[in-house]
Design a protein around this ligand. Structure first.
Ligand code: ATP
Ligand code: MG
Ligand code: FE
Length: 352
């Protein structure tokens, strides 16, 4: 099926068009620059930016795919999780398109969409099940066990406070680096010593592991960095930004990889899929590949343009649902900012 996907859960307006498992276009307009001076995504600003970007993005995606609007077989949209106002803009647009074109509409889960992105990687062999998936971005840090993309996704753990990308953004800010912090920390860390400072690994003590083996916590790490910087300044010393950045990054990477590989080992799953914008971090990719290799686990990393928020992954997930024979959503669903990952497609019971 030829599917047009709409993604507006955060600050990217993503329009993607796929034909089955083939990617035709992946248009991404980001309002990131508008949020920069606030140091994080401002929901109202994001929602308005989606409204402005949607129409031109849809036109650009159609042109790039060399298809017309009436060629589209189905519309797909992110129903949640994400920012309520931002989601609503995409959901409204998707309904309008589905009604006017008289096409089926698939309301799907953003997190499962991140996994579906892998299907569009033409250079990779087909995704095998089960697989463990680690999704890390500015809004989420989740560890999933995927037995089947269209029927069975289990949440193993998630962050109890800040998302990993959010931690990068907050620590960058306290080091005086601009937003978004991930790339800035990365750049600063290049000249630093990762072993210079031993920052805490959240929820990694034996006492924490019992209840939170696959959960994450980054707010304690952020506080530890803040305290270390304050104490250094109070002592009248210059803050070694490169060492702090490298040591902080190592703490985040270490805990992400350790827990993901623990999930693989515990469940006897020799496959790990990575997704989300924080995958842009080369140190994370390197450590994941190196340690997975030693553990006999194969790592899959889709191209970065498919790892960050995009509409193609949403279209890809809907295409899988269609190919699996699943009925479309009714028009009565709404945006659901807390949609659980187990709801791959918005369940009829949730359709208001
Ligand atoms: P969502 O959580 O809904 O996926 P998002 O827009 O917050 O949305 P992404 O766009 O996928 O997430 O990723 C942005 C996040 O990734 C930011 O927090 C940014 O700091 C982080 N990031 C980007 N590049 C890097 C990097 N090289 N290292 C670490 N973090 C990075
Ligand atoms: Mg983003
Ligand atoms: Fe996302």
């Amino acid at each position: 099926p030829l599917v047009l996907g709409i993604e507006t859960s955060c600050d990217e307006t993503g329009i993607g068009i796929v034909r089955g498992r083939t990617l035709l276009s992946n248009t991404i307009a980001s309002s990131m620059d508008e949020h920069a001076r606030y140091g994080g995504v401002v929901p109202e600003v994001a929602a308005r930016a989606h409204l402005e970007a949607l129409q031109p993005s849809i036109e650009a995606a159609l042109a790039e795919s060399h298809v017309g609007l009436t060629d589209i077989d189905a519309i797909a949209v992110t129903s949640g999780p994400g920012l309520a106002g931002a989601l609503m803009v995409g959901v409204g647009a998707a309904k309008a398109l589905a009604v006017s074109l008289e096409r089926p509409l698939y309301a799907v889960n953003h997190l499962v969409g991140h996994i579906a992105a892998d299907i569009l990687d033409a250079d990779a062999p087909p995704l095998e099940y089960p697989t463990v998936a680690l999704l890390v971005s500015g809004g989420h840090t989740s560890l999933l066990l995927v037995r089947d993309l269209t029927t069975d996704v289990e949440l193993l753990g998630e962050t109890m406070d800040d998302a990993a990308g959010e931690a990068f953004d907050k620590v960058a800010r306290l080091l005086g680096l601009p937003y978004p912090g991930g790339p800035e920390i990365d750049r600063a860390a290049a000249a630093g010593d990762a072993d210079a400072i031993r920052f805490p690994r959240g929820l990694s003590r034996a006492s924490d592991l019992a209840a939170h083996r696959y959960d994450f916590s980054f707010s304690g790490l952020k506080t530890a960095v803040a305290r270390w910087v304050e104490q250094t300044q109070a002592a009248g010393e210059e803050v070694p930004v490169a060492d702090v950045a490298a040591s902080f990054r190592e703490a985040v990477v270490d805990v992400l990889v350790t827990k993901a590989l623990a999930a693989c080992a515990d469940h006897g799953v020799p496959r790990l899929l990575l997704g989300g914008g924080v995958i842009a971090n080369k140190r994370l990719r390197d450590v994941a590949i190196e340690r997975a290799d030693a553990a006999g686990v194969t790592v899959r990393i889709p191209p970065l343009s498919l790892c960050t928020d995009n509409g193609a992954m949403i279209a890809a997930l809907a295409a899988e649902l269609i190919m699996a024979g699943r009925p479309p959503s009714t028009l009565a669903f709404g945006a659901d900012s807390t949609l659980p990952v187990t709801e791959i497609q918005v369940a009829p019971s949730r359709e208001a």
